[in-house]
Design a protein around this ligand. Sequence first.
Ligand SMILES: [Zn+2]
Length: 293
Amino acid sequence: MLVNLKEILTKAEAGNYAVGAFNSPTLESVRAVIEAAEELQAPIILSHAEVHNEIIPIEIMGPILIDFAKRANVPVTVHLDHGSNLEIVKKAIDIGFSSVMIDASHMNYEDNVRTVIEIVEYAHRQNVSVEAELGMIASSGIGGEETKGGEPFAEGDLIDYYTDPLIAKDFVEITEIDALAASFGTVHGIYLKEPNLDFDRLCAIYKNIQRPVVMHGGSGLSEEDYVTAINSGVRKINYYSYAAKAGAYAIKDFIENNSNLFYHDLTVVAKDAIKKDVIRAMKIFLNKGEVVR
Ligand SMILES: [Zn+2]
């Protein structure tokens, strides 16, 4: 069933778990994510990132995501990831997305607030939830779900872009967003070095905003970091790069070990590998201490 982000995260809040948000730019990844969610009987967020319009346009992928969500026997939110402007956000809402992210974090504070308020007014009228970003979440530049201005982060200056807990309080109160994407040390894409997350900052943000926190760059962390993040207020975890990698390497392995190749067989290999990785991640996010490797 299709539900909005507020609904799915309110339940996560009550149950002290996080819902995985998986970018799904191919039919194989959508099927993998939905099958994983139904197998675990757990809620899920299907995301379409604006940058993935180059792979498959939202006009094609959006209706597919919504159809899968409606037919699923678990709650599914269909979410626009990193919408950069009003036009793409409105397009997603008009297609039927139940949640949107407006990322105006590259703007100055006043412009970010103004942009987010405009989106919230448009979205909430149609029962669509809104996530916005404050501070800046860097990208490793390798396999990222998206890149911020296309620039890989520079070592050492990452902390300058972390979310300020006091400003976060003001931001959420003024804009009335449903969830906040906060920057506290995670990086989009593949981690080039061991991540060092600022959990004190995360706790302070969560305490101040009294609303779900979203963790971007959520694949590739240790189990312990996920659990600490969830116990500190993270309710939505954006997970993509490592699942996409799992699909690709399963195909590579299959090609190396089979001589009689057909493309359709590769899609099945990819789907199964992505599904396995998504199930592994979801079990951690459910925060029940039943982690499998
Ligand atoms: Zn992101």
